[in-house]
Design a protein around this ligand. Structure first.
Ligand code: NDP
Length: 245
């Protein structure tokens, strides 16, 4: 993957950070997108550069049409057209359906699903010209099995799977693969916010008896981005320690 231009949305923290670091270690030139935490994105970029890699930080709310257009223009100027897109940015706003406010529904759909539509559409243009590309979206086992208190999040993550499979069929003949990775519980700020009791209650359902780590999710992304995965498309790779089988 030497020299390939990769964009990781929400690359400033957690799983996105590990993906940015993994793709840089694999030789990609990485655009690390952030929304609110420029300091964190700068730290990821500095770490990659200190190991001899190439990376830039690019701000922007990936749920915003104009911000996405500006972000892609900035990346094209600095690094060239995006060849590997990782739709990772995501948020939760959990509540039981009857208590879920429209704002919580809309924010989660916008950040987790609208973002992937906007970024995939922007990236695929250049990939079609290049006749090569990788689109990888981070969905969730919640999008496959559902989860009480996460109707908005599960709907967005299920939507990502539909987007992945449809676009895979649209662009497969042009050398572009489109896949998704579905993590279970992974130790990041997102799951830290659940609190100790919820995290401990989840453990018995996980065959491997522990939460995953961000690099374990990044390894799956690294595989799907590589030429080894050239014949894999429209696939949802579950990486959940045996939570959902
Ligand atoms: P974190 O909360 O640790 O990090 C979220 C990242 O997304 C941050 O980099 C944040 O940027 C970015 N982000 C949030 N909103 C926006 C936005 N509007 N525009 C651009 N970037 C944004 O999350 P995780 O690392 O845990 O999760 C990463 C992905 O993996 C998400 O899609 C999540 O749904 C999915 N996932 C996570 C699981 C887990 O157990 N942790 C399980 C299954 C799926 P900033 O810091 O700048 O605000």
């Amino acid at each position: 993957m030497a020299g390939r231009v990769a964009l990781v949305t929400g690359g400033s923290r957690g799983i996105g950070r590990a993906i940015a670091e993994r793709l840089a270690a694999d030789g990609c030139r990485v655009a690390v997108n952030y929304h609110t935490r420029r300091d964190a994105a700068d730290e990821v970029v500095a770490g990659i550069r200190s190991r001899g890699g190439e990376a830039i930080a690019v701000g922007g709310d990936v749920g915003d049409v104009e911000a996405v257009a500006a972000m892609f223009a900035a990346i094209e100027t600095a690094l060239g057209p995006v060849e590997i897109l990782v739709n990772n940015a995501g948020i939760t706003a959990d509540d039981l359906l009857l208590r879920m406010k429209p704002e919580a529904w809309e924010a989660v759909i916008r950040t987790n699903l609208d973002s992937a539509y906007l970024c995939t559409r922007a990236a695929v243009r250049g990939m079609l010209k290049a006749k090569w590309g990788r689109v990888i979206s981070i969905t969730s086992v919640a999008g496959i099995s559902g989860n009480p208190g996460q109707a908005n999040y599960a709907a967005a993550k299920a939507g990502l799977i539909g987007l992945t499979k449809s676009v895979a069929k649209e662009v497969g003949s042009r050398g572009i693969t489109v896949n998704a990775v579905a993590p279970g519980f992974v130790a990041t700020d997102m799951t830290e916010a659940l609190g100790d009791s919820v995290r401990e209650a989840a453990l018995p359902a996980i065959a491997l008896g522990r939460f995953g780590t961000p690099p374990e999710i990044a390894a799956a992304v690294g595989y799907l981005a590589s030429d080894d995965a050239a014949y894999v498309t429209g696939h949802v790779l579950v990486v959940d320690g045996g939570l959902s089988f």
